[in-house]
Write a protein that binds this ligand. Structure first.
Ligand code: HPA
Length: 272
């Protein structure tokens, strides 16, 4: 895989003509952040050698490179999900490429269901830790030691300094940001109410269908990670109403302004 990763990285660097320092992965409905990038160079995924192609609604499927809050970023406008049928290695390929391009930091965002009953739709949650409930791991298979160790430490996969930075900014900006544990399920079904109760008993605060594989691969590569969930809905069974992708997109639309100003300030103040 190393060769493929390096080919993709070289292609992007050549096209971009600059070296991004921070990777951004933008979740469902959160791709608007890429529109804030100055002098953007957008590279559709299908042009990048060995990149999978994104299929889900609300995802654009391009890498956008340029300046955001004074840093050169490479933003994935749309990501690859395990439920689309991609392998875990395909889902996480872009993170390997980011690392190969020289990026040491990554900011991962997602839309998630609120499991913690004190949350409400529209809340932002800083991810303190995750539970991999996907029944799969992108590192299964031979370990390529150029990427990282066989048995990676996950005790600080979400970088504590970045969590503290985000919390401090939230406080200063008067944003009522939550912090908690993200539990990753495969999807594409939303969870049953019983699964949501289980998630809560296991220690989950938010549930979603992404992020976990990407963060595992980032941790494998020694990258510093910040994760932010947008709580788009209460998870199944908490409220007496069905869940829908439309609701997820509507909520991200509602929190857009807060999300954008929060993330832009985090990017500005991140020390890379
Ligand atoms: N469950 C799983 N993934 C999600 C949800 C949810 O309730 N909301 C947004 N993504």
């Amino acid at each position: 895989m190393l060769n493929k990763v390096n080919e993709a990285a070289a292609y992007i660097l050549e096209k971009a003509g600059q070296k991004p320092e921070l990777g951004l992965i933008l979740g469902s409905g959160l791709g608007v952040l890429a529109e804030e990038i100055e002098n953007p160079i957008a590279i559709p995924y299908n042009e990048i050698p060995h990149f999978p192609v994104s299929t889900v609604e609300g995802h654009k499927g391009q890498l956008v490179i340029g300046a955001l809050s004074g840093k050169i970023v490479a933003a994935m406008q749309g990501r690859f999900h395990y439920y689309e049928g991609y392998s875990m290695q395909e889902v996480t390929f872009p993170v390997r490429v980011m690392k190969a391009m020289g990026m040491s930091h990554i900011l991962v965002t997602n839309a998630a269901g609120g499991v913690n009953e004190s949350f409400k739709p529209g809340d932002l949650m800083i991810i303190a830790d995750h539970i991999n409930y996907m029944g799969a791991n992108p590192l299964i298979g031979p370990n390529e030691k150029e990427f990282g160790p066989r048995f990676p430490d996950m005790s600080s996969a979400y970088t504590k300094e970045l969590v503290a930075l985000a919390e401090g900014i939230a406080k200063e900006e008067n944003i009522d940001v939550k912090k908690g544990v993200y539990i990753g399920f495969t999807g594409p079904t939303y969870e049953t109410p019983a699964e949501v109760r289980m998630a809560r008993i296991l220690g989950g605060d938010a549930v979603g269908m992404s992020t976990v594989p990407e963060v595992i691969v980032a941790a494998h590569g020694g990258m510093k990670v910040l994760g932010i969930s947008c709580i788009t809905n209460m998870a199944a069974g908490i409220l007496d109403q069905p869940l829908s992708h439309e609701e997820v997109i509507e909520t991200t639309e509602m929190v857009k302004a807060t999300f954008l100003s929060f993330v832009k300030r985090i990017v500005a103040e991140m020390e890379i």
